[in-house]
Ligand binder design. Sequence first.
Ligand code: MN3
Length: 260
Amino acid sequence: MSHYPFQLEPLPYACDALVPCLGPETVAIHHDRHQAAYVKNLNKALENCPQLHRHPLEAFLLNPGMIPASIRTAVCRNAGGVYSHELYFDGMTGCRKSTGPVGRLAQAIDRCYGSFERFRDVFTQTALSQFGSGWAWLAACPDGGICVLSTSNQETPLSRGLRPVLCVDVWEHAYYLDHQNRRESYLDCWWGLVDWEFAEENFLPCLSTPQPLTAPALRAAASVSERNRRRRHLARRSACRGQPPKAALGPEQRLAKFLV
Ligand code: MN3
């Protein structure tokens, strides 16, 4: 998640890779318009504050007190938007098949919730009961366990000292074109897209990073997640080989297709 100026991370799959759960129009608008706007507005908010330019994204969310009061709200909202959307898009499988929880995360789910079915039920209910715009999260707790929570707007679990492992966007823009107001229908098919290997990659560093979260620990975790992302994108690109080459279209071309 690097540092200023932040870039719009490309989608790790073609924008039609999540069909039928999420159509290409939903994914293209969500990534190329919504996520892009958070990146742009975050850079704009930080523009005249060079002392913040070396910090990773997570640092703003973990320690908002270091941001001058005049830009704190803008930085936190937009940094939260960038952070959450990267985790959300990376957390879906695209061309690969979703497997179900794996490794240490699968063990933690069983230990904390008794079974995957029970965990899924708690997570779904949490996502459904988030009133208005927000997110549902699977997060790692300081005691090595996991928990499920929802947040409003662009707040992330980092502000509560929890490490995000997986998230789902329940703002209506994430699903309205495909599911209208039926959030339950969106969540139901989202479970079939979850990339559990990605979630496990996020969870493992939480078990070894010293708690409570500190800026150096976060920086180390951020560089691990950056390396993981690069590796994952390469793996996905090769998994998607042979699929229609829609990912080759740039954002503006993709949107032009839908918005004529
Ligand atoms: Mn969104």
